[in-house]
Design a protein around this ligand. Sequence first.
Ligand SMILES: [Fe+2]
Ligand SMILES: [Fe+2]
Length: 171
Amino acid sequence: MNEQLPSKILDEIDDEYLSIINPIITNEEFIRRKKFNHHEHRSVYGHSLMVSVKSYHLAKKLNLDYKAAAIGGLLHDFYYKDWQLNNEKLPLRKQHGFVHASEALENSKKLFPELIDKKVANIIKRHMFPLNFIPPFYYESWLICFVDKYCSLEVFKSPKEWYKYVGLRKK
Ligand SMILES: [Fe+2]
Ligand SMILES: [Fe+2]
């Protein structure tokens, strides 16, 4: 996907941010997300970077753990496969919207065990509240939960894509 990230986001990437996320952003498996569709004009890579940069700066402003916000924001959608290419019919509760937060946590623990503490784990696992019923526990988890939704508002420009935002498949 040839993707243009908003210049506002690119301008907000500073050296401290880069040093925090360096092990993730240089990882081949993570870079592969440039090819995963988040929605029409946005890859999972681009979406995750936007959520991470915004959360990092907001966490700094709010005096929260900005390192956890940057890492959790970047890994919140680090699930295994491009679900939009999988045509397998699944029962509702097994569909992407319901399972990808747990998958992302499992995958993150596998690839970046040294970066996943209790808070980062909660950020990733609970970001799909309220679709996933259990609410976030930490302030930072609430932050990513909101920023993720805010960064997905682009989807509203394409009404046909709405169902994809929540990770559900049309019949
Ligand atoms: Fe997600
Ligand atoms: Fe997301």
